[in-house]
Design a protein around this ligand. Structure first.
Ligand SMILES: Cc1cc2nc3c(=O)[nH]c(=O)nc-3n(C[C@H](O)[C@H](O)[C@H](O)COP(=O)(O)OP(=O)(O)OC[C@H]3O[C@@H](n4cnc5c(N)ncnc54)[C@H](O)[C@@H]3O)c2cc1C
Length: 223
């Protein structure tokens, strides 16, 4: 199993419970946008606690970036990461992941499930200018939970659609992504779909897309 010890160069909260980490990048380290790695904190009591997180940086950047939702409701790895500062070390393990860009399509993310799409959108936008033709439906509890909303708006413009499940916000739709929402919003189910978020969110949406006519080989999600 691969193991790379990297120092945290910078970290700060980018919304009320999401923290951005910039770390050193091991020499010759590479990944495909959308992929993740198992990470642990390099402290004796934490180094065997591995959790998966997705690279949000571009391959050409000299450092790595991770965007991590912190759960403070129990003493897990993300709670500890919430208390971790620049100068501390992380251990990166194997790189893996099945969310890889194939063709333009519709990306559907729930909460921190946006992270693989950030890597994909940044790559398409900055390296190849290939983003037009893609759309993002991003579901969060409230507007305060959106991750990198400004950057997503800049990259995607009107193709960035917010859905809020809990809070009425003027100008945005307040509802869940259910069967009716998909029928109203998506007119062509022969497109590629990319789905990421909590396990139950992914399961429900993948099932709905398939029942609405999407082909199994064009619905991409973490397996
Ligand atoms: C391939 C992949 C890539 C991922 N990439 C990212 C990413 O880039 N960014 C990101 O933010 N997340 C990402 N995740 C999710 C991330 O791995 C989890 O949020 C993380 O592992 C949680 O670790 P933890 O130790 O803090 O919580 P864990 O202890 O592992 O708990 C996980 C969940 O269970 C709940 N829970 C467990 N025990 C308790 C308890 N005792 N009391 C209350 N609640 C409890 C937590 O609230 C949490 O929702 C990814 C997941 C996968 C599978």
């Amino acid at each position: 199993m691969a193991e790379h010890i990297v120092k945290i160069l910078e970290c700060s909260y980018i919304n009320h419970d999401v923290k951005r980490f910039i770390t050193e990048r091991p020499p010759l380290f590479s990944f495909i946008p959308g992929q993740a790695t198992d990470i642990s904190i390099n402290l004796p009591e934490w180094k065997d606690q591995l959790r998966p997180f997705t690279f949000t940086s571009l391959n050409k950047w000299p450092y790595l970036e991770f965007i991590i939702k912190i759960y403070d409701d129990h003493n897990g790895v993300t709670h500890q990461l919430g208390k971790t500062n620049a100068g501390a070390e992380l251990i990166l393990h194997d790189v893996f992941g099945t969310i890889i860009y194939k063709e333009p399509g519709i990306f559907i993310a729930g909460g921190a499930g946006i992270t693989p799409f950030i890597a994909i959108f940044r790559t398409l936008h900055q390296l190849k200018k290939l983003l037009p033709g893609n759309a993002l439906i991003f579901s969060n509890k409230t507007a305060d939970d959106i991750i990198l909303g400004e950057e997503l708006t800049k990259m995607l413009g009107p193709a960035f659609i917010n859905v809020f499940t809990r809070q009425g916000v003027i100008g945005f739709r307040e509802r869940r992504i259910d069967r009716n929402y998909l029928i109203e919003t998506i007119h062509d189910f022969s497109r590629h779909f990319y789905v990421c978020g909590p396990e139950i969110f992914v399961r429900e949406i993948v099932e709905l897309l398939l029942s609405l006519g999407a082909r199994a080989d064009t619905v991409i999600f973490e397996r």
